[in-house]
Ligand binder design. Structure first.
Ligand SMILES: *[C@@H]1O[C@H](CO)[C@@H](O)[C@H](O)[C@H]1NC(C)=O
Ligand SMILES: *[C@@H]1O[C@H](CO)[C@@H](O)[C@H](O)[C@H]1NC(C)=O
Ligand SMILES: *[C@@H]1O[C@H](CO)[C@@H](O)[C@H](O)[C@H]1NC(C)=O
Length: 588
């Protein structure tokens, strides 16, 4: 038996059993050259989300990089990070960009996925919409940048290569796209020598104009955009939840959440089809926030190293009462949520395109549509959001989430507000079984990619009081980034834990008391629906044409529905300042 000794206010000891995650923190370890705004307002609700700071470790494990958008929101910085102290190494690379959407560290530098201005003189996107580019940097200098969409990119192909259903109705070419909201990710496979980017797009020429979808593009080591069967120009409708992970060859493993009622393992189809992972309640124009929504879509799909198995983790509201999706037709279904709050769900796969468990039901009339889900939490009172997962080795992964007590949840499939009660960590094996107990920290959040550093899973966060009680579009600017690491007891030794740490071991959420359930009012729903119908031209009845369903979505700066500004919830409990302590599971 191993014990952890806390010198914090708790003044108690916690038993570490095999499999528990032990959290070590490095508060304010990284000095940033530019200031950073840690908050981004979520699409539609205006509720605060973590502004993502992509983080990646090189294949040789020797270098790590953090990418962030400066608070002026015009430049993205990429700072090398020491893999032992999490302090800055050298000066940052910077480039004019609007959002850091993905990062792949290499032994000789990194590749950044960012939204940037389109270049050229023809077919420039309207409204100053940016495009997505992959920018390769070696030894601090840019060696190539390749646009993934915008002027001239796949101009001759308008439709998904596996065009089915509504997509096939688009016939006019060309179809060019832009990316006003950088929801997506970048991955790399050393075996194939290809990067892949998966990102949200909006069309601005041809019949896709004004419609939102997504795109998957591959680019090789020399920056050459690939034109292969696994590329896709316009896939899942109104996708605000992307999962992407490398495989040895294209297509890479991918997951999309669309606004028609499902989450798909769409590795083989690059479209809203393939293997149905889950039924989720949606509304036209909103796929919900299963992978975090605004500034999310990272560390949701992870490959167990040395295997072909993946784990996917998301926030789900469950699914009841399956009905036919009358517009798309069978086998497409829609559903009602089991709860208005969210629980943490996982699915494991045996390969990049095959679930180990059952697919989600498509049985019209079924009372339950979520019986296939492997739940990590199952609460009808607490909300859970900002779900992430990372794999440590061939059999061990770590799932993380934030818990909100006394949540206020609206019927629209978006975030709840509430009292932030901490970030929890659960070790899960490659068969999807929970290992050990939940560890909860009130000091740590997850706001960038989780990556393996020196035998632990580490990620960036901002050392701040995290308040999820009300809409917010800006946070306290900071020039410091913090890091936290999870050592998984039994899978490696805790050697650096005494550097600095927080009161990371507290009561598991499952035993924390909470009161008050989700509150939904029909007045709130109708106000939100009204906002939607004016700002997004959504339809309330079954749509009769493509243009109605894939209606133009508002930009992320769309007005906050008035109901969201009047929600009264208790303010977040301030968390204790990080303290020095030894929270390692010392040998007995
Ligand atoms: C822990 O320390 C060892 C050696 O002291 C180092 O190699 C490793 O990278 C460190 N890990 C972390 C997560 O700091
Ligand atoms: C297209 O999608 C269908 C339905 O998911 C799938 O069965 C088929 O294999 C796909 N075709 C190609 C060429 O990917
Ligand atoms: C989502 O659930 C609500 C509440 O049951 C329902 O009214 C709505 O039709 C559902 N959405 C879809 C797309 O089925």
């Amino acid at each position: 038996m191993r014990f952890a000794f806390l010198s914090s206010l708790l003044a108690s000891s916690v038993v570490c059993v095999l499999g528990d995650a032990v959290i070590t923190t490095f508060p304010d370890s990284l000095a940033l050259g530019a200031s950073f705004d840690p908050v981004i307002a979520a699409y539609w609700t205006g509720l605060p989300h973590h502004r993502r700071t992509p983080f990646s470790v090189s294949p040789d494990g020797k270098s790590a990089y953090l990418a962030y958008l400066d608070s002026g929101k015009k430049n993205v910085y990429v700072q090398q990070v020491d893999v032992t102290t999490f302090a800055a190494v050298g000066t940052a690379f910077s480039t004019a960009a609007y959002e850091a959407a993905g990062l792949v560290a290499q032994n000789d530098g990194f590749a950044l996925l960012a939204t940037v201005d389109a270049t050229g003189t023809t077919d420039i996107p309207p409204n100053d919409y940016p495009i997505v580019a992959v920018i390769r940097v070696k030894a601090g200098a840019e060696v190539w940048r390749t646009p993934m969409n915008g002027p001239g990119v796949h101009a001759a192909e308008g439709v998904s290569r596996n065009a089915t259903l509504w997509i096939k109705q688009f016939v006019d070419l060309p179809q060019l796209t832009a990316t006003p909201d950088a929801n997506g990710d970048l991955v790399y496979s050393e075996t194939s020598g290809l990067y892949a980017a998966y990102f949200v797009v909006t069309g601005y020429t041809g019949d896709f104009s004004g419609h939102f979808g997504d795109s998957i593009q591959y680019v090789d080591d020399s920056g050459s955009l690939q034109d292969i069967a696994s590329s896709s120009v316009f896939g899942c409708s109104h996708n605000t939840g992307i999962g992407l992970e490398a495989a040895d060859a294209p297509p890479y493993a991918s997951v999309c959440a669309e606004d028609q009622g499902s989450i798909w393992l769409n590795t083989d189809t690059q479209y809203m089809s393939g293997v149905k992972i889950a039924n989720e309640n949606t509304t036209n124009g909103v796929s919900g926030e299963p992978m975090g929504g605004m500034s999310g879509s990272y560390s949701n799909l992870a490959l167990f190293p040395g295997t072909t198995s993946y784990i996917f983790a998301w926030q789900s509201r469950g699914a009841l009462d399956l009905t036919l999706n009358a517009w798309l037709g069978a086998p497409y279904t829609q559903c009602s949520p089991r709860w208005l709050n969210h629980n943490v769900a996982i699915a494991t796969t045996s390969s990049k395109n095959k679930l180990t468990g059952a697919e989600a039901s498509s049985d019209i009339g079924a009372a339950e549509g979520d019986s296939q889900i492997n739940w990590i939490t199952y609460s009808d009172t607490d909300d859970h959001q900002n779900v992430h997962v990372a794999a440590l080795d061939s059999s061990t992964s770590l799932v993380s989430w934030e818990t909100l007590t006394s949540p206020t949840c609206e019927p629209v499939p978006l975030s709840c507000s509430g009292t932030f009660a901490g970030t929890s960590f659960q070790v899960v094996d490659s068969a999807g079984a929970k290992v050990g107990a939940v560890t909860t920290s009130t000091d740590v959040t997850v706001s960038g990619d989780m990556a393996v550093v020196g035998g632990k899973i580490c990620w960036p966060y901002v050392n701040q009081v995290w308040d999820l009680s009300a809409p917010k579009d800006t946070g306290t600017l900071t020039q410091k980034m913090s890091f936290a690491c999870a050592a998984i007891d039994g899978s490696g030794s805790e050697t650096n834990g005494s550097v600095a740490s927080s009161s990371s071991l507290t009561t598991p959420v499952s035993s924390a008391t909470s009161s008050g359930g989700p509150v939904a009012t029909s007045a709130a729903l109708s106000t939100i629906a009204e906002t939607a119908s004016t700002s997004e031209a959504l339809v309330s009845s079954a749509p009769s044409s493509v243009s109605e369903v894939a209606a133009v979505a508002a930009t992320p700066s769309s007005p906050i529905p008035s109901t969201m500004t009047t929600i009264v919830v208790p303010s977040a409990t301030p968390s204790a300042e990080p303290e020095e302590e030894d929270d390692t599971c010392d040998a007995e």
